[in-house]
Design a protein around this ligand. Structure first.
Ligand SMILES: N[C@@H](CCC(=O)N[C@@H](CS)C(=O)NCC(=O)O)C(=O)O
Length: 197
């Protein structure tokens, strides 16, 4: 399999952590690509987003939840709860974390614009999503007893917040901060840590 990714992408990191947790790292070839500038990506993914996965059986898959689902099936399961309330809870936590990532990426892109061209309403709305989502996570810690898709998605996004200085999220959220400290020490998080680009 070939994963088209960028090293800073929190969505790609989530997929790489999932692969590691499932013991699939050896089967995953990594190809760096810049989704913002490299039009070649569009041949695989018309949205030109990372992560995008080329599977060994000729499929091209995108959107990170689909990739995580694919890897979980390939790896015999364990990262996405198979059934019951814990499945829906885990997938919803993943959706929350991914939504935080969408907001964060939009904020980072906005900050890269000249100050006079920034949209204050966008910054206010995306920051509100970040604040509210982080508060939900703080109230929910421990998110789950195991390091499954919800926890992996949250850890990948919190690491991105730090890497890009998106938001100073620790003040007022001591439980989430302590949880992230421990999560960051997992081997899957350590080996997938981004190289600053
Ligand atoms: N919903 C997508 C989001 C992926 C995403 O937004 N990736 C960013 C990089 S972190 C990207 O490729 N952006 C390029 C663009 O939006 O044009 C997923 O979960 O895979």
């Amino acid at each position: 399999m070939q994963l088209l990714y960028s090293s800073m992408s929190p969505f790609a990191r989530k997929v790489r952590v999932v692969a590691h947790e499932l013991g699939l790292t050896e089967r995953l070839a990594l190809t760096l690509i810049d989704p913002w500038t490299d039009e070649a990506l569009r041949a695989d993914n018309p949205l030109s987003k990372v992560p995008t996965l080329r599977t060994d059986d000729g499929l091209t898959l995108y959107d990170s939840p689909v990739l995580c689902d694919y890897l979980d099936v390939l790896g015999g399961g364990g990262v996405i709860p198979a059934a019951g309330p814990e499945r829906w809870r885990a997938l919803t936590v993943q959706a929350l974390a991914d939504g935080l990532g969408d907001a964060a990426v939009r904020l980072v892109r906005e900050r890269q614009r000249p100050e006079a061209e920034r949209h204050a309403d966008l910054v206010v709305r995306q920051t509100a999503a970040l604040t509210a989502g982080l508060d939900v996570l703080e109230a929910d810690v421990p998110i789950g007893a195991r390091f499954q898709i919800g926890e992996i998605a949250v850890a990948a996004q919190l690491a991105y917040f730090d890497g890009r200085a998106v938001i100073d999220w620790r003040p007022g959220r001591p439980r989430l901060a302590a949880w992230f400290e421990a999560a960051s020490r997992r081997e899957s998080m350590v080996v997938t840590a981004p190289r600053q680009a």
